[in-house]
Design a protein around this ligand. Structure first.
Ligand code: MET
Length: 780
């Protein structure tokens, strides 16, 4: 019943795995490219794991109690769990080792990345983070067997190195809640139906950990804080009860390590009572996103035999914690009477970069307000000391944290009255344009576009030449004038190509942008950018989120020069290209000292000014990209309306300052249109482009059914793969489209920007798109 193994006073739920210099990314990409062997990648990975352990120990985590997580992954933790369970889709069955059922590194990579017509596992967002996991495919016929001892070997490797770690694996309920049913599964099948079969393998894994000497294992169950996984709450709670009946009770405490169930990203609510009533040995709560629980008397009694980890250090953001407040929260958590109260991070630290001390370009004052992963580990250690030895023991650290917060609150630029006054003085009119019908007419008589106008989403290939020029400019080898000239030459090429192909609305191709968010961050006040602040987005892909630390304003026009130059080259309309406020927030580390809605409106006002300048420069169409609109949707349905309300308002604030004859476009990427249809309508954009090629335009039926009145550009070319769609294929998609919705509402464009593609794919694909449009137009 009670945990028999000692638990440390402070832990982190997980740590970045990509390496301070993206060592893992480089190693695995070189393996994929055939430049290194699997053994070489394994050696790099083992070295990285060892350095991580050493670092975490140096920072003060225990090496004799399981404070340090063993939570490595070559690609994704959900894929790792699927591999342990042997749950690899049928189309990859040949990759499995005939003896164990496991995958070698090449096979594992193939499941993650696909081969030929065998599509990889689908990728989707991990809770409300910007990390993407691979979606397991589970059907009635999926076989489960303990197929990979890799996690156990990694635990043993650490132990042999003198460090008792705590293995971390995605828990059974979350694994199944995040899985999707295989295509051949009957309608009424859900992956969670397979719970018992999966539990049998988890039991094998736990026995293996025990045999290897693990004292505690962490099972990550973030599905328990969400009502958006597709499994309804009652089913989720029943599955939780069953899962931990099997793993914690039926598998006795002698047969397995102690179990810590971690629930990052939100509040456990009813699931806390279920876990408390089970025989799991510990529960880790996210006390950054969630409130302190009001446990029932029964739950309090049950907690007396358990470890409760208070996740008070934010794993999601990069600000130094208010240690005093965190300690108070922990003291109140102690009041729940758990057998032991420990300190933790709210989530794994893999959402934040490694080390703020590794940022030579960041301003020292700004640096003093920040905590990346290593600083957060130190915060956990401080709080653990405070909790066990009393506040006095960490007096100096608490004071230093308070000083940093004071410095931040008072610093120039954090609060700028002129920015605040402008936002406070907005009236409702700032969020509204005139009636759509009037706008449509005014825009048509200004633009004279043919039916089914053709365009692209903005970016053209980021060629090696562009990257080289940017690197040379950053290194000081090119002057600003030379760099400008290189970009202009690129733009001329992109314009010529679009004119030759015969597109109706042109773009400049975004050669000057390293990244659609960082570019704006570099050009707005209130942001800072990092040099080494990489975080994993998926697989080997990393992003370097900017830091939004102060009140935002636009010191000077940003895109007007480039867009105006482009327009001067052509008589076709050129579409101005901006990133929307929600996406800028979603893909940055955002200040935590004011509501997101207020921050979004500051960004929106800066964009509003930019759009006004574009309009004044004669630009008739402006696209404001919001691919992250759906991404920030809260995990609990009850919070959706409030989020959609402020996010939609910020878009409208950015875009409502224009004349009726200026056309506003937006691009949303994802095809999950249905559930936020109301919000999309609320954006009031004249034209909305969306991803639709993979789902064969299914989305249009929903749009028609909803009576959506404005124009849409469903993507006709899936740009995520190097495949070139044939003219016939695009003609087919467009023929469906003109049947499903009024052709007067329809635009023709690819699914997304073309920056990751090569011209060898872009040129023929766009040619096919334009030719197909001609055919379908002729039939209208
Ligand atoms: N305008 C951007 C581009 O074409 C939109 C990208 S959305 C992820 O690259």
């Amino acid at each position: 019943m009670t945990h028999t193994h000692p638990f440390p006073a402070g832990i982190v739920l997980g740590y970045p795995r990509i390496g301070p210099r993206r060592e893992l990314k480089k190693a695995i990409e070189s393996f994929w490219a055939g430049r290194s062997t699997a053994d070489e990648v394994e050696a790099t990975a083992a070295d990285l794991r060892r350095r991580t352990r050493t670092r975490l120990a140096e920072l003060g985590l225990s090496t004799t109690l399981p404070a340090i997580p063993s939570a490595f992954s070559f690609y994704d933790q959900v894929l790792d769990a699927a591999v342990v369970l042997g749950a690899v889709p049928e189309r990859f069955a040949d990759l499995r080792d005939p003896a164990t059922g496991g995958l070698d590194l090449a096979g594992y990579s193939t499941v993650a990345r696909g081969r030929g017509d065998d599509l990889p596992l689908e990728m989707t967002k991990w809770f409300d983070s910007n990390y993407h996991y691979l979606v397991p495919e589970i059907g009635p016929a999926t076989t489960f067997s303990y197929s990979s001892d890799r996690p156990v070997r990694e635990f043993a490797e650490a132990l042999a190195d003198g460090v008792l770690t705590r293995p971390v694996i995605v828990g059974p309920v979350t694994f199944l809640a995040l899985a999707k049913a295989t295509e051949d599964a009957p309608e009424d099948f859900a992956p969670i139906d397979r719970l018992d079969d999966v539990l049998a393998v988890y039991a094998d894994l736990l026995r293996a950990f025990k045999a290897a000497g693990a004292t505690w294992v962490q099972l990550d169950e973030p599905a328990l804080v969400s009502d958006s996984t597709g499994v309804d709450t009652d089913r989720l709670l029943a599955a939780t009860e069953r899962a931990y009946q099997v793993l914690a009770t039926e598998l006795t405490a002698d047969e397995r390590p102690a179990l810590l169930v971690a629930a990052p990203y939100g509040e456990l609510r009813g699931a806390l009572d279920v876990l408390a009533a089970s025989d799991v040995d510990g529960i880790a709560l996210d006390l950054v996103r969630g409130r302190l629980p009001e446990a029932s008397p029964a739950t309090r009694t049950a907690l007396a035999g358990k470890v409760l980890v208070g996740g008070v250090i934010d794993g999601h953001n990069i600000w130094r914690a208010d240690l005093d407040a965190a300690l108070t929260t922990l003291e109140r958590l102690e009041g729940l009477g758990a057998g032991q109260t420990a300190v933790g991070t709210s989530t794994s630290l893999f959402h934040v970069p490694h080390d703020v001390q590794d940022e030579p370009d960041l301003d020292d004052t700004l640096k003093s307000w920040l905590a990346f992963a290593d600083q957060k580990v130190a915060e956990v250690v401080t709080l653990a000391t405070g909790l066990t030895e009393g506040r006095e023991a960490v007096h100096a650290e608490l004071l230093a944290a308070a000083d940093a917060r004071r410095s931040r609150a008072e610093a120039a630029g954090v609060v700028r009255p002129e920015v605040r006054d402008r936002a406070a003085g907005l009236d409702d009119a700032a969020f509204h344009r005139g009636p759509y019908d009037d706008r449509r007419e005014a825009q048509q008589s200004r633009l004279h576009l043919p039916p089914l106008p053709t365009t692209t989403i903005g970016s053209f290939p980021q060629t090696p030449e562009i990257r080289k020029a940017r690197a040379a400019f950053t290194a000081g080898e090119l002057t600003a004038e030379q760099y400008d000239e290189a970009m202009k030459a690129e733009i001329r090429g992109v314009v010529e190509l679009q004119e030759r192909i015969g597109l109706d609305v042109l773009v400049h191709g975004e050669p000057e942008r390293n990244d659609m968010v960082q570019y704006f961050a570099e050009n707005l006040d209130g942001f800072a950018v990092t040099r080494n602040g990489w975080v994993q987005s998926y697989g080997s892909r990393c992003t370097r989120p900017s830091i939004l630390w102060g009140d935002v304003s636009r010191p000077a026009p940003i895109t007007v020069g480039w867009t105006g130059y482009t327009q001067s080259l052509t008589s076709k309309p050129v579409k101005g290209m901006l990133t929307g406020p929600v996406t800028i927030l979603a893909w940055s580390f955002v200040r935590d000292d004011q509501p997101l809605a207020d921050t979004a409106n500051q960004v929106a006002l800066a964009l509003r000014d930019e759009i006004a300048d574009l309009e004044a420069a004669g630009i008739a169409i402006v696209q404001v990209d919001e691919p992250a609109l759906r991404e920030l949707l809260p995990l609990r349905a009850e919070d959706h309306d409030a989020y959609l309300d402020w996010s939609v308002r910020s878009f409208r604030l950015a875009t409502s300052g224009v004349r009726p004859d200026t056309q506003i476009h937006t691009h949303l990427c994802y095809s999950e249109f249905g559930e936020i249809m109301g919000a999309i309508d609320g954006l009031d954009a004249d034209v909305t482009s969306i991803e639709a090629a993979r789902s064969k335009m299914e989305i249009l039926a929903d749009i028609a059914a909803a009576g959506y009145p404005r124009q849409v550009g469903p993507g006709v070319w899936d740009i995520h793969s190097p495949r070139v769609p044939s003219e016939a294929e695009v003609t087919g998609l467009l023929s469906t489209a003109v049947r499903d919705i009024d052709p007067a509402q329809l635009w023709v464009n690819p699914d997304c920007g073309l920056k990751t593609r090569r011209y060898a794919e872009v040129t023929p694909s766009l040619e096919h798109m334009v030719a197909a449009t001609g055919t379908v137009r002729a039939g209208l």
